[in-house]
Design a protein around this ligand. Structure first.
Ligand code: FEO
Length: 179
């Protein structure tokens, strides 16, 4: 059984994961209409991954006798200056999500809820990986600068990264479903 305090902290995180998914869909749509098909594919896959993060938290609350509560979300931004602008915002957002996960972890420790702390370890590791991936994408976009050829190559690279992400999402989803 989770305490009401832990339940509230997890519900706030559920909202943030759902919000993340919508933010990335909005960014993906911008990329698609601005000729960055690889970046769009990566962001759409990222949006699905965020939804998986959201569902994992909902299932956890269900399993521990808590109640998931979905809440209202604000409209995501849909205007961006460039691919660089988008990935700078992705990194800032992921850093915010990491800090938020650490906060939920800290609540679980204060509540002596070691099952939740243990469960949240997965998210802590996931956030470290996500931040690292986005920093590396950003480095390459910065290197390409205004060079159209460089950005084209980067977009191709993002397309390959999106395919990898989709494959790992399939494995994670089927493992979670017990397949
Ligand atoms: Fe689920 Fe990227 O935070």
């Amino acid at each position: 059984m989770v305490t009401k305090i832990v339940e509230k902290a997890i519900n706030e995180q559920i909202l943030k994961e759902e919000d993340s998914s919508r933010i990335y869909i909005s960014m993906a749509s911008w990329c698609q209409v601005n000729g960055y098909q690889g970046a769009a594919a990566w962001l759409y896959a990222q949006a699905d991954e965020e939804r998986m993060h959201e569902l994992k938290l909902i299932h956890y609350l269900d399993d521990r006798g808590g109640t998931a509560q979905l809440s209202d979300l604000k409209n995501p931004v849909n205007k961006f200056k460039s691919l660089l602008d988008i990935f700078q915002q992705v990194l800032k957002h992921e850093e915010y999500i990491s800090a938020s996960i650490h906060e939920v972890y800290s609540v679980s420790i204060k509540q002596n809820d070691y099952s939740t702390s243990n469960f949240l370890q997965w998210y802590i590791t996931e956030q470290t990986e996500e931040e690292s991936t986005v920093r590396s994408i950003l480095d390459q976009i910065r290197l390409a600068g205004e060079d159209k050829g460089g950005l084209f190559m980067m977009d191709k690279e993002l397309s390959a990264l999106a395919a990898k992400k989709r494959a790992s999402l399939l494995v994670t989803t089927s493992t979670a479903a017990g397949a």
